[in-house]
Write a protein that binds this ligand. Structure first.
Ligand code: MN
Ligand code: MN
Length: 286
Protein backbone atom coordinates (compact mmCIF):
# COMPACT_ATOMS: atom_id res chain seq x y z
CA UNK A 1 0.00 0.00 0.00
CA UNK A 2 1.23 3.50 -0.79
CA UNK A 3 2.66 5.65 1.99
CA UNK A 4 0.10 7.99 3.54
CA UNK A 5 0.18 11.76 3.80
CA UNK A 6 0.44 12.83 7.44
CA UNK A 7 -1.44 16.11 7.95
CA UNK A 8 -1.09 17.86 11.30
CA UNK A 9 -3.51 20.19 13.06
CA UNK A 10 -0.70 22.47 14.28
CA UNK A 11 -2.75 24.79 16.55
CA UNK A 12 -4.36 21.76 18.20
CA UNK A 13 -1.01 20.06 18.88
CA UNK A 14 0.73 23.24 20.05
CA UNK A 15 -2.10 24.03 22.48
CA UNK A 16 -2.24 20.50 23.84
CA UNK A 17 1.50 20.29 24.31
CA UNK A 18 1.60 23.74 25.90
CA UNK A 19 -0.89 22.77 28.59
CA UNK A 20 0.46 19.23 29.06
CA UNK A 21 4.15 20.06 29.52
CA UNK A 22 5.72 22.35 32.15
CA UNK A 23 6.79 25.85 31.07
CA UNK A 24 10.11 25.18 32.81
CA UNK A 25 11.16 23.60 29.48
CA UNK A 26 13.03 26.58 28.13
CA UNK A 27 14.98 27.35 24.98
CA UNK A 28 18.04 29.36 24.02
CA UNK A 29 16.51 32.73 24.92
CA UNK A 30 15.18 31.52 28.29
CA UNK A 31 11.59 31.39 27.04
CA UNK A 32 9.37 28.28 27.17
CA UNK A 33 9.57 25.86 24.22
CA UNK A 34 7.24 23.27 25.79
CA UNK A 35 4.63 23.52 23.00
CA UNK A 36 7.22 23.11 20.22
CA UNK A 37 8.85 20.17 22.01
CA UNK A 38 5.60 18.38 22.82
CA UNK A 39 4.19 18.85 19.32
CA UNK A 40 7.45 17.63 17.77
CA UNK A 41 7.44 14.51 19.94
CA UNK A 42 3.85 13.69 18.96
CA UNK A 43 4.64 14.14 15.27
CA UNK A 44 7.90 12.17 15.39
CA UNK A 45 6.09 9.29 17.08
CA UNK A 46 3.65 9.08 14.14
CA UNK A 47 6.41 9.59 11.54
CA UNK A 48 8.35 6.65 13.00
CA UNK A 49 5.28 4.41 13.22
CA UNK A 50 3.72 5.25 9.85
CA UNK A 51 6.50 6.36 7.50
CA UNK A 52 4.39 9.00 5.69
CA UNK A 53 5.21 10.16 2.16
CA UNK A 54 5.18 13.74 3.48
CA UNK A 55 4.25 15.65 6.63
CA UNK A 56 2.17 18.80 6.30
CA UNK A 57 1.43 21.12 9.22
CA UNK A 58 -1.69 23.25 8.90
CA UNK A 59 -2.07 26.69 10.45
CA UNK A 60 -4.69 29.39 10.10
CA UNK A 61 -6.73 31.93 12.01
CA UNK A 62 -8.68 30.71 15.05
CA UNK A 63 -12.02 31.62 13.45
CA UNK A 64 -12.68 31.97 9.72
CA UNK A 65 -14.41 35.26 8.90
CA UNK A 66 -17.27 33.55 7.10
CA UNK A 67 -18.07 31.52 10.23
CA UNK A 68 -18.14 34.58 12.50
CA UNK A 69 -20.34 36.38 9.95
CA UNK A 70 -22.80 33.47 10.00
CA UNK A 71 -22.93 33.37 13.79
CA UNK A 72 -21.40 35.98 16.09
CA UNK A 73 -21.04 33.52 18.96
CA UNK A 74 -18.69 31.27 16.98
CA UNK A 75 -15.40 31.03 18.93
CA UNK A 76 -16.46 34.23 20.74
CA UNK A 77 -15.50 32.85 24.17
CA UNK A 78 -12.05 31.66 23.13
CA UNK A 79 -9.36 33.21 25.32
CA UNK A 80 -6.36 35.00 23.82
CA UNK A 81 -3.30 32.90 22.96
CA UNK A 82 -1.28 32.67 26.23
CA UNK A 83 1.73 35.00 26.33
CA UNK A 84 4.22 32.10 26.58
CA UNK A 85 2.57 30.26 23.68
CA UNK A 86 2.37 33.11 21.14
CA UNK A 87 6.15 33.22 20.45
CA UNK A 88 6.12 29.43 19.92
CA UNK A 89 3.36 29.82 17.33
CA UNK A 90 5.50 32.49 15.64
CA UNK A 91 8.58 30.24 15.64
CA UNK A 92 6.68 27.14 14.47
CA UNK A 93 6.78 27.55 10.65
CA UNK A 94 10.56 27.94 10.41
CA UNK A 95 11.23 25.38 13.13
CA UNK A 96 9.11 22.62 11.58
CA UNK A 97 10.36 23.36 8.08
CA UNK A 98 13.78 22.33 9.38
CA UNK A 99 12.41 18.80 9.82
CA UNK A 100 11.46 18.61 6.14
CA UNK A 101 7.85 19.19 7.08
CA UNK A 102 5.73 21.51 4.95
CA UNK A 103 3.87 24.28 6.75
CA UNK A 104 0.65 25.56 5.17
CA UNK A 105 -0.96 28.74 6.46
CA UNK A 106 -4.31 30.04 5.30
CA UNK A 107 -5.16 33.70 5.82
CA UNK A 108 -8.95 33.40 5.96
CA UNK A 109 -9.81 29.72 6.54
CA UNK A 110 -8.84 27.61 9.56
CA UNK A 111 -6.32 24.81 9.96
CA UNK A 112 -9.36 22.48 10.01
CA UNK A 113 -10.24 23.45 6.44
CA UNK A 114 -6.68 22.87 5.25
CA UNK A 115 -6.71 19.41 6.85
CA UNK A 116 -10.03 18.60 5.22
CA UNK A 117 -8.78 19.81 1.84
CA UNK A 118 -5.59 17.74 2.11
CA UNK A 119 -7.65 14.67 3.00
CA UNK A 120 -9.88 15.21 -0.03
CA UNK A 121 -6.93 15.75 -2.39
CA UNK A 122 -5.23 12.61 -1.16
CA UNK A 123 -8.39 10.54 -1.50
CA UNK A 124 -9.08 11.88 -5.01
CA UNK A 125 -5.53 10.92 -6.02
CA UNK A 126 -6.07 7.37 -4.79
CA UNK A 127 -3.82 7.87 -1.77
CA UNK A 128 -4.28 7.71 1.98
CA UNK A 129 -4.27 10.47 4.56
CA UNK A 130 -3.75 10.50 8.32
CA UNK A 131 -5.04 13.56 10.19
CA UNK A 132 -3.33 14.14 13.55
CA UNK A 133 -5.55 16.34 15.71
CA UNK A 134 -7.25 16.76 19.06
CA UNK A 135 -10.34 18.21 17.37
CA UNK A 136 -13.40 16.00 16.88
CA UNK A 137 -14.61 18.32 14.10
CA UNK A 138 -12.21 16.35 11.92
CA UNK A 139 -14.24 13.16 12.41
CA UNK A 140 -16.25 14.30 9.36
CA UNK A 141 -13.21 13.43 7.19
CA UNK A 142 -12.97 9.76 8.18
CA UNK A 143 -13.34 7.42 5.21
CA UNK A 144 -11.79 4.34 3.69
CA UNK A 145 -8.85 6.49 2.61
CA UNK A 146 -8.69 8.84 5.60
CA UNK A 147 -8.01 7.98 9.23
CA UNK A 148 -8.17 10.54 12.02
CA UNK A 149 -5.39 10.14 14.58
CA UNK A 150 -7.22 11.57 17.55
CA UNK A 151 -5.33 12.90 20.56
CA UNK A 152 -7.57 12.82 23.60
CA UNK A 153 -4.83 13.98 25.94
CA UNK A 154 -1.84 16.24 25.44
CA UNK A 155 0.99 13.79 25.66
CA UNK A 156 -0.22 10.26 24.97
CA UNK A 157 -0.26 8.82 21.50
CA UNK A 158 -3.19 9.07 19.15
CA UNK A 159 -6.21 6.82 18.76
CA UNK A 160 -7.14 5.70 15.23
CA UNK A 161 -10.61 6.88 14.31
CA UNK A 162 -12.15 5.30 11.21
CA UNK A 163 -15.76 5.61 9.95
CA UNK A 164 -16.92 2.76 12.21
CA UNK A 165 -15.45 4.48 15.25
CA UNK A 166 -17.17 7.78 14.33
CA UNK A 167 -20.44 5.89 14.08
CA UNK A 168 -19.85 4.26 17.49
CA UNK A 169 -18.96 7.60 19.05
CA UNK A 170 -21.67 9.85 17.56
CA UNK A 171 -24.25 7.40 16.26
CA UNK A 172 -23.96 8.85 12.75
CA UNK A 173 -21.64 8.37 9.77
CA UNK A 174 -18.77 10.84 9.20
CA UNK A 175 -20.66 12.71 6.43
CA UNK A 176 -23.32 13.64 8.98
CA UNK A 177 -20.95 15.05 11.60
CA UNK A 178 -21.66 18.69 10.56
CA UNK A 179 -25.42 18.01 10.73
CA UNK A 180 -24.90 16.38 14.12
CA UNK A 181 -22.86 19.33 15.45
CA UNK A 182 -25.51 21.76 14.18
CA UNK A 183 -28.29 19.95 16.07
CA UNK A 184 -26.45 18.98 19.24
CA UNK A 185 -24.32 22.13 19.41
CA UNK A 186 -20.64 22.40 20.28
CA UNK A 187 -19.94 24.42 23.42
CA UNK A 188 -16.19 24.52 22.72
CA UNK A 189 -16.93 26.36 19.46
CA UNK A 190 -19.70 28.54 20.89
CA UNK A 191 -22.45 26.78 18.93
CA UNK A 192 -25.63 26.21 21.00
CA UNK A 193 -27.37 23.72 18.69
CA UNK A 194 -31.13 23.18 18.79
CA UNK A 195 -32.82 23.95 22.11
CA UNK A 196 -33.16 20.82 24.24
CA UNK A 197 -31.46 18.53 21.72
CA UNK A 198 -28.63 16.39 23.06
CA UNK A 199 -26.43 13.73 21.49
CA UNK A 200 -28.98 10.96 21.47
CA UNK A 201 -31.86 12.98 20.00
CA UNK A 202 -29.57 14.52 17.38
CA UNK A 203 -28.35 11.09 16.24
CA UNK A 204 -31.87 9.59 16.31
CA UNK A 205 -33.28 12.43 14.21
CA UNK A 206 -30.46 12.20 11.67
CA UNK A 207 -30.75 8.43 11.35
CA UNK A 208 -34.47 8.81 10.75
CA UNK A 209 -34.40 11.73 8.30
CA UNK A 210 -30.96 11.41 6.69
CA UNK A 211 -29.70 14.99 7.02
CA UNK A 212 -30.30 18.24 8.89
CA UNK A 213 -32.39 19.45 5.94
CA UNK A 214 -34.45 16.26 6.15
CA UNK A 215 -34.94 16.76 9.90
CA UNK A 216 -36.08 20.36 9.38
CA UNK A 217 -38.43 19.47 6.51
CA UNK A 218 -40.07 16.81 8.69
CA UNK A 219 -40.24 19.06 11.78
CA UNK A 220 -43.87 20.06 11.23
CA UNK A 221 -44.86 16.42 11.81
CA UNK A 222 -42.72 16.02 14.96
CA UNK A 223 -44.95 14.79 17.77
CA UNK A 224 -42.88 16.14 20.68
CA UNK A 225 -44.16 19.75 20.94
CA UNK A 226 -41.01 21.31 22.44
CA UNK A 227 -38.81 19.64 19.85
CA UNK A 228 -41.14 20.66 17.02
CA UNK A 229 -41.02 24.30 18.11
CA UNK A 230 -37.25 24.24 18.62
CA UNK A 231 -36.70 22.89 15.09
CA UNK A 232 -39.25 25.11 13.35
CA UNK A 233 -38.19 28.30 15.15
CA UNK A 234 -34.49 28.01 14.52
CA UNK A 235 -34.39 26.54 11.01
CA UNK A 236 -32.15 29.26 9.50
CA UNK A 237 -29.83 29.31 12.49
CA UNK A 238 -29.42 25.52 12.44
CA UNK A 239 -28.61 25.60 8.72
CA UNK A 240 -26.00 28.29 9.47
CA UNK A 241 -24.49 26.08 12.20
CA UNK A 242 -24.18 23.26 9.68
CA UNK A 243 -22.43 25.55 7.20
CA UNK A 244 -20.08 26.63 10.01
CA UNK A 245 -19.30 23.02 10.97
CA UNK A 246 -18.70 21.96 7.36
CA UNK A 247 -15.05 22.09 6.27
CA UNK A 248 -14.42 24.37 3.30
CA UNK A 249 -12.23 23.84 0.23
CA UNK A 250 -9.01 25.74 0.90
CA UNK A 251 -8.06 25.78 -2.80
CA UNK A 252 -4.68 24.11 -2.35
CA UNK A 253 -2.69 21.61 -4.42
CA UNK A 254 -1.69 18.10 -3.40
CA UNK A 255 1.71 18.35 -1.69
CA UNK A 256 4.64 16.44 -3.22
CA UNK A 257 6.57 13.68 -1.42
CA UNK A 258 9.05 15.04 1.09
CA UNK A 259 11.10 12.96 3.49
CA UNK A 260 11.49 13.82 7.16
CA UNK A 261 14.95 15.31 7.68
CA UNK A 262 16.20 14.27 11.13
CA UNK A 263 19.57 16.03 10.69
CA UNK A 264 17.76 19.21 9.65
CA UNK A 265 15.44 18.80 12.61
CA UNK A 266 18.40 18.43 14.93
CA UNK A 267 19.85 21.68 13.58
CA UNK A 268 16.51 23.46 14.04
CA UNK A 269 16.27 22.09 17.59
CA UNK A 270 19.80 23.27 18.47
CA UNK A 271 18.98 26.73 17.18
CA UNK A 272 16.02 26.85 19.59
CA UNK A 273 18.23 25.62 22.44
CA UNK A 274 16.43 22.25 22.51
CA UNK A 275 19.60 20.27 22.92
CA UNK A 276 18.15 17.02 24.27
CA UNK A 277 15.81 16.83 21.28
CA UNK A 278 18.72 17.59 18.94
CA UNK A 279 20.77 14.75 20.47
CA UNK A 280 17.88 12.33 20.14
CA UNK A 281 17.44 13.23 16.47
CA UNK A 282 21.17 12.90 15.78
CA UNK A 283 21.19 9.48 17.45
CA UNK A 284 18.26 8.37 15.29
CA UNK A 285 20.16 9.54 12.21
CA UNK A 286 22.86 6.88 12.37
MN1 MN B 1 -14.98 22.39 17.01
MN1 MN C 1 -12.37 22.73 14.80
Amino acid sequence: MSAPLLAIDAPSLLYRAFFALPDSIKGADGKPVNALLGATNLILQEVTAREPRAVVLCLGPDAADYRVELYGGYHAERPEVPADLAPQFAAAPKFFDGFGWTVLNHDSLEADDLLGSLARLEMDAGGRALLLTGDRDMFQCASEAVTVLYLSTGVKGAQEVDPAEVERHYGVAPELVPDFIALRGDPSDGLPGAKGVGEKTAADLLRKHGSLEGVLDAAIAETRPKLRVALLDSREELLAFKHIATLQDAGIKRPPDRATDRAGGAAAARKQGMNALAKRLEAAED
